[in-house]
Design a protein around this ligand. Structure first.
Ligand code: ACO
Length: 402
């Protein structure tokens, strides 16, 4: 029998750690998480304080450059981003080729990957100036790509970015605005969406960030690495959970709203049904982001003329789960995705766009982590080992004799 932990392989000793539960792949000074205490900090700053006082772009600068910007630095950073929001006209045509019902995450990853074809001068990961431009281009163009993916899906014409608007304002206008019609921005929505993006901005070595690092460790360029991260985020156990949560709530609602019956299904592990938006590899306590999102959901949904019954269902689910030994003993608490979908829905986003919003938020984290890795002299190509359990050497049998 093989002992889990240290195993003797044919090439010496290797450690088997499926899912990398206990294995660090890098050293990093970007984000700190204490999962037992429910603490999250970007570059030392508590997430609660940043959510209250900072903005998405300021926190992006902090994550990428390591320090909070001065007024002049933030102005320059914002200005550069605002002036790179346009997509190349040829790239705009890219969207025509996708089927109308394409998932916008698939469109996003393809379009981010395609940036490598339009900006071939920025493919060298060690050219500091080009990495800086790629950073700006990504932050500037992903909102444009995201809104174009949405417009394509609903059959509306795409709007060019309006560079006189702020980051979130511009994205909301490109998404929900209609040509030749003034678009009225709701300042509460702008503020809340900015905060949600900030809350998603980094989360150390999660699946998508580790993917960005792994791809980048082969010295693949920033666009190629980030598009891989988008694909990793697509899955329902990661970023796709925000879409899955809303679908789960809708299903419970359609089935008559029996929250208790759904929780029983989860506890009986019926057909792998999980309480989506619950549980986290690192947080074994309340996810600090979930607390902030819950409060925002109550604020945003509380302003609606007609209350969304799904918010009530979500709160009931949380209450039942937090008092149930199945969830308590497994330390399953709401994660960041549990309440975000309700806010996105209230803002008018279709469920398929939820994970795209997560990607938009996670972008500065992916960029910061990729840059940290490229600049770390200790970086090696990521190349895990395996424990081989297949056949020993066998003789090849000619096909006629099989
Ligand atoms: N509902 C029901 N049971 C759960 C859930 C859940 N959401 N999450 C974990 N469990 C149970 C498992 O069945 C397992 O029980 P067992 O010991 O009886 O077999 C135990 O808790 C441990 O679960 P693991 O899958 O080993 O935990 P892991 O750390 O690998 O998974 C994950 C973490 C993927 C987030 C998991 O909790 C999950 O699937 N959650 C639902 C999807 C989700 O919300 N994902 C978003 C994560 S956060 C993010 O990406 C933003």
């Amino acid at each position: 029998g093989l002992e889990i932990g240290k195993l003797l392989s044919n090439t010496g000793q290797v450690t088997l750690d499926t899912g990398f539960v206990n294995t660090a792949s890098c050293v990093s000074s970007i984000t700190y998480i204490d999962g037992d205490a429910g603490i999250l900090r970007y570059r030392g700053y508590p997430i609660e304080e940043l959510a209250e006082k900072s903005t998405f772009l300021e926190s992006s600068y902090l994550l990428i450059h390591g320090e909070l910007p001065t007024t002049a630095q933030l102005e320059e950073f914002t200005d550069r981003i605002q002036h790179h929001t346009l997509l190349h006209e040829e790239m705009r045509r890219f969207f025509d080729g996708f089927p109308r019902d394409a998932h916008p995450m698939a469109v996003l990853s393809s379009a981010v990957s395609a940036l490598s074809t339009f900006y071939q001068d920025s493919l060298n990961p060690f050219d500091t100036e080009q990495v800086e431009i790629s950073t700006i281009r990504l932050l500037a163009k992903v909102p444009t790509i995201a809104s174009y993916a949405y417009k394509k899906a609903i059959g509306q014409p795409m709007l060019y970015p309006d560079n006189s608007l702020g980051y979130v304002e511009n994205f909301l206008r490109m998404t929900f605005g209609v040509p030749a019609t003034p678009y009225e921005l709701d300042p509460v929505q702008v503020k809340v969406l900015d905060m949600l993006l900030l809350l998603h901005a980094d989360h150390e070595q999660n699946c998508s960030t580790s993917t960005v690092r792994l791809v980048g460790s082969s010295q693949a360029n920033l666009f190629a690495s980030v598009s891989a991260g988008v694909n990793a985020l697509f899955g329902p156990l990661h970023g796709g959970a925000n879409q899955a949560v809303l679908e789960m709530l809708q299903e419970i609602h359609t089935d008559g709203g029996d929250v208790g019956a759904f929780v029983r299904k989860v506890k009986n592990k019926e057909a792998g049904v999980r309480l989506m938006g619950f549980g986290h590899r690192v947080y074994k306590n309340y996810d600090p982001r979930a607390a902030l999102v819950k409060k925002a959901a109550q604020d945003v949904l509380g302003r609606m003329a007609k209350p969304d019954p799904l918010l009530d269902l979500a709160m009931q689910l949380e209450e039942i789960a937090l008092a149930d030994d199945f969830f308590v003993s497994r330390k399953l608490y709401p994660n960041v995705d549990f309440y975000t979908g309700l806010i996105y829905k209230a803002m008018g986003f279709p469920t398929t766009m939820f994970t795209v919003l997560f990607a938009l938020g996670r972008l500065p984290g992916w960029i910061a982590q990729w840059r940290e890795m490229i600049n770390d002299p200790e970086t090696k190509i990521g190349r895990p080992r395996q424990v081989y359990t297949g056949y020993g050497a066998r003789d090849y049998a000619p096909i006629a004799g099989r």
